[in-house]
Ligand binder design. Structure first.
Ligand code: ATP
Length: 293
């Protein structure tokens, strides 16, 4: 095999609380991730030249060693003791810097894809351990489906997957610095993990109405105070027919709605299409990375 094609799925957070600050400067989170149907195509090919090259036409995606996919390839190559040349082509559909883990998904796709392409035999657990060194969301992107994430989001416990729940995603195109948003949170150096997140019980029951009513993201507070237009977009989204609940994903700026069915999702999509820079209907996905040869 010379080449492998991997779907790199985006994620949303159905719940995100910050429960403490760590000595290394990171924050401890309590979050619930879910993979979604929106994905980038990542094609990994063996190449003769003994280097790593990344090709991506998106103007905001670097094609050098700053690219998380490049870093994943370099990391795996080092871990395997050298693998020769690798070319990575990325076809972006996931909006960049949008709280949907696009870069992390690309890195996860490279770890998973190269492991298969070169027959390295690393276990999923080992790949996830490699992944956290590239980015906090990479382990979840490898895991896929639904999971509770503790620590920096890397200590994962599987939750029941929600199948084909209709979602509408809106991104106003606002660039938000994740680091700046976390800086606004005034946490002491302690961690208090809370118990009994209510939304978990609705996820376990597959109760989509209950999930819609109990979506929560603490980061909405600092983001909405700085960018009131994102709060206004979320309010407008919540008034759409068939909307069970809305939330900002990660540190934004994407907001999403859990919708009653694909029909209401499509109608709302037409309504928002001319108002935002990115608007898409999708569904919850059972996978984070998927080999698509
Ligand atoms: P998260 O939800 O994990 O915080 P995000 O979805 O908000 O991530 P990304 O789309 O991963 O953000 O982009 C964050 C930054 O990473 C961008 O500024 C972008 O230039 C850079 N980047 C590096 N590699 C990639 C990649 N493969 N795809 C997208 N962005 C990348």
């Amino acid at each position: 095999m010379q080449k492998i094609r991997v779907r790199a799925h985006a994620k949303i957070n159905l719940y995100l609380d910050v429960v403490g600050k760590r000595e290394d400067g990171y924050h401890d989170l309590e979050t619930i991730f879910h993979s979604i149907g929106l994905y980038d195509d990542v094609i990994i090919s063996k190449q003769e030249a003994n280097d790593i090259t990344v090709h991506c036409e998106h103007p905001r995606v670097p094609c050098d060693s700053r690219n998380l996919a490049y870093q994943a390839a370099e990391f795996l190559s080092d871990a395997a003791g050298g693998l020769g040349g690798v070319r990575i082509d990325i076809y972006k559909r996931i909006p960049v810097a949008a709280g949907l883990a696009g870069g992390s998904a690309n890195a996860a796709a490279v770890l998973h894809g190269m492991n298969e392409l070169f027959g390295l035999g690393f276990t999923q657990e080992t790949l996830m351990r490699f992944g956290v060194q590239l980015g906090a969301d990479v382990p979840f992107c490898l895991h896929g489906g639904a999971a509770l994430g503790l620590g920096i989001g890397d200590r994962l416990t599987r939750l029941p997957t929600l199948f084909d729940v209709p979602l509408l995603l809106l991104n106003p195109g606002t660039e938000i610095s994740t680091a700046a948003i976390f800086k606004k949170l005034n946490f002491s150096l302690t961690t208090h993990e809370k118990e009994g997140i209510i939304i978990k019980t609705y996820i376990k029951k597959g109760d989509v109405v209950g999930i819609g009513k109990n979506l929560y993201n603490l980061l909405e507070v600092p983001v909405f105070s700085q960018y009131p237009e994102i709060a206004a977009l979320k309010t407008e989204l919540s008034t759409q027919a068939g909307c069970y609940g809305t939330l900002m994903s990660g540190s934004g700026a994407t907001v999403f709605a859990v919708m009653r069915n694909s029909d209401t999702a499509c109608k709302s999509e037409s309504y928002f299409k001319s108002k935002v820079s990115f608007c898409a209907t999708t569904v919850t996905s059972p996978v984070g990375v998927y080999i698509d040869n």
